[in-house]
Design a protein around this ligand. Sequence first.
Ligand code: URA
Length: 439
Amino acid sequence: MLFTDVIRKKRDGGELSDNDIQFFVDGLADNSLPAEQVSALAMAIVLNSMTFDETARLTLAMAASGTVIRWQDLKLDGPVVDKHSTGGVGDKVSFMLAPIAAACGCFVPMISGRGLGHTGGTTDKAEAIPGYNTAPDFPTFRRVVRDVGCAIIGQTADLAPADRRLYAIRDVTATVESVPLITASILSKKIAAGLDALVMDVKVGTGAFMKTPERARKLAQSIIATAAMADLKTHVLITDMNEVLGRTAGNALEIAEAVRYLRDEGREARLDGVVLGLCAEMLVVTGIENDRAAAERRCNDAVTSGRAADIFGKMVAALGGPSDLIDNGSKYLPAAAVVRPVHADGYLTRMDTRGVGNAIIELGGGRHRVGEALDLSVGFSDFASIGTLLDAQTPLAIVHAASEDDAVQAEKLLLDACELAEEAPTVTPVIAEIIPGTA
Ligand code: URA
């Protein structure tokens, strides 16, 4: 079979056969397809989409391209459940949600991704913690999940290797924004992780891959229907990504914010809403709680009691990081050389959040090319939320850069991405919709 025929078929709007899809997935997993052919097919899929059947077949083939994890032999006394986000800017939710869910009786084997397009990646953020191993062997991963209750790691070579390669190529070829490709990418990893249930955070807005509520709902329905075919109970929350989530964006800065949250020190309201909303849904989808409000109270209690912070500390130590990160974060996290406020005047009314993500890439915190090393210290902190009146005392954000020149460029990109007005805007709720799926 010639792969150019497969590309041509999709380019001309045709439907790929089982054989075409298997050929694609095998060629991804064993590296026999060159990146230019992979990206040509990815672009044809972005432009001409896939039917539901093609999407389901691609997802199942990618899930089967490597190891499929089984948890039954560990006889865990709680459900194996995870959360996954379609990607945003400042989305550090996993670092809080995984230990909170573990404190509430879940086991969370979280296999996360690297930065994708303008969005940040949980794996990159975790690597801001010195010594933290995002690629442990399977026995270690399973042991940490069993003993601690959660483990956040990156995609390993054995787990959905077809997605691992496709993901890296999509990141740098403007081929992320596709309902079938996002569905297959996310669910292949989650099916391979052997979960009992999944909660999806589908982001919508200027910093999301889905810009409109209609597109976000379409992705949510695609994920729910494809997950159902693989018997994976999935609930979806559609959440707002029209501004940075929380007060930081940038790898180490986001870890520092997650640590402050877990210490119950200044939980930014929108971030808190997303963390507790998603985590409560994990308790609902697994049947640990029937009532969302009760589930949310239970999650909140895991934070205020310090149990979630304790579990996070144990997870970090078990994966090779410092045992006292929760108490001494600033001792360990990398810091940028230039740190200074970015000022503006008026009400912050709108953010082109993708532009903020791109500013972080320009600072060195995200990638232009496959495999590029990151400067984990850079980004923005102290972000004002939409509706804040900015003045000489209240900056838009604080930029963290490796040099003065980088700081000047990032400041300009940030200001270009933000709109100001004399009137306060109306503020949208952070949780737009809850779609209970197939549970
Ligand atoms: N997260 C993933 O794992 N894959 C995508 O395509 C988008 C978000």
